[in-house]
Design a protein around this ligand. Sequence first.
Ligand SMILES: *Cc1c(COP(=O)(O)O)cnc(C)c1O
Length: 429
Amino acid sequence: MTTELFSFAHADALDAADPLTRLRGEFLIPKHDGHEQAYFVGNSLGLQPRGARAHVEEVLDKWAAEAVEGHFTGNAQWMPYHELVREPLARVVGAKPSEVVAMNTLTVNLHLMMVSFYRPTRERPAILIEAGAFPSDRHAVASQLRFHGFDPEADLIEIEADEANGTISMGAIERAIAQHGRRLALVLWPGVQYRTGQAFDLKEIVRLAHAQGAVCGFDLAHGVGNLQLELHDSGVDFAVWCHYKYMNSGPGAVAGCFVHERHADTDRPRFAGWWGHDVSTRFRMGPQFVPTPGAEGWQLSNPPILGLAPLRASLELYDRVGMQSLRERSRRLTGYLEKLIHARLGDTLQIVTPGDPVRRGCQLSLRVVGGRERGRALFEYLAANGVLGDWREPDVIRISPAPLYNTHNDVLRFAQAVENWTHESRRNG
Ligand SMILES: *Cc1c(COP(=O)(O)O)cnc(C)c1O
């Protein structure tokens, strides 16, 4: 049984049976020793879609040939360029087109959202996050607290992991929200926790936060393009994410932002810029700011067109597949990885990520048995054999089979390399 599981004939048959395997051909796969890498680092920097270059070159060519006129000519004119990505992006995150905008970068968007949606009072100053949040998120919320004259020591509440693997139960979240309820201004939560790979029930967290009168926002850096999100129906107040991880839009790509339509005409304060001004009167250049209704009203500047261009290529692929079938493929790939580990690799790897597919995305975080030194040795062996994961101190390797370009064959290459290393390191004592 495990012999079949561990055979390339089996892995290749699984790939052949799935029409989505063909999408791999839409990506440029880095090589190692002349062979395509088994690249599992889409959680960090997604691979380049073949279509990205043409969209970037289109902008360069237009700039060369037309210069300022490029703002007003052709199907991809720059003036409304960000609108080209609006509808496909809304489909990826389960939103209405007016609820999303591609702009800035993730941490900038998080600050802009907190300017509007973190409105602390003396009675209600607190922000609730997870302990061990991504550092940028923690810096952002702590600095917002200080900016408003509050002390993170007192008013930044961090929920500790309560499950054996370092994951957080829904019960712990519920208890913390109930315990601090009247003092909570904002609950800021991840869609998928970057270190453990745990996915959360957004709708339920929103429900709990709203029941206490708190605003509820999400950082979807590891959730977008990975989970099947329903931001509108989940009632999320705001969300931010980047496009360089699972969204494959290139290093430092322009990020994304969601504002629920019930806040479309909010009179909450915001940091404004001319690109958020009502489109119909923006170029009258008047002194009064009248926001465009919806998420686009939070834009500051005219967007970096060269930064947006690769996102178009990525979204074309998401539109071709749809998040639902992509998520189904993702479950199969990660399920295969999990099966291989349980079948033969349990002496070397412990899975940190929850086993219930509803509580994870594509990533499995794998603790290497025996500690940091052994972990580093395995990690380096994998890289030397063309299998790329990433390392999180002190002893975790993250492996993220991205359903757009990873295959069962890739997953098996990982498992075989781990098995070979385990045998070799035993022989070498
Ligand atoms: C990747 C990531 C970031 C990165 O922030 P940038 O502003 O894009 O540099 C922030 N938060 C989380 C949770 C992330 O996973």
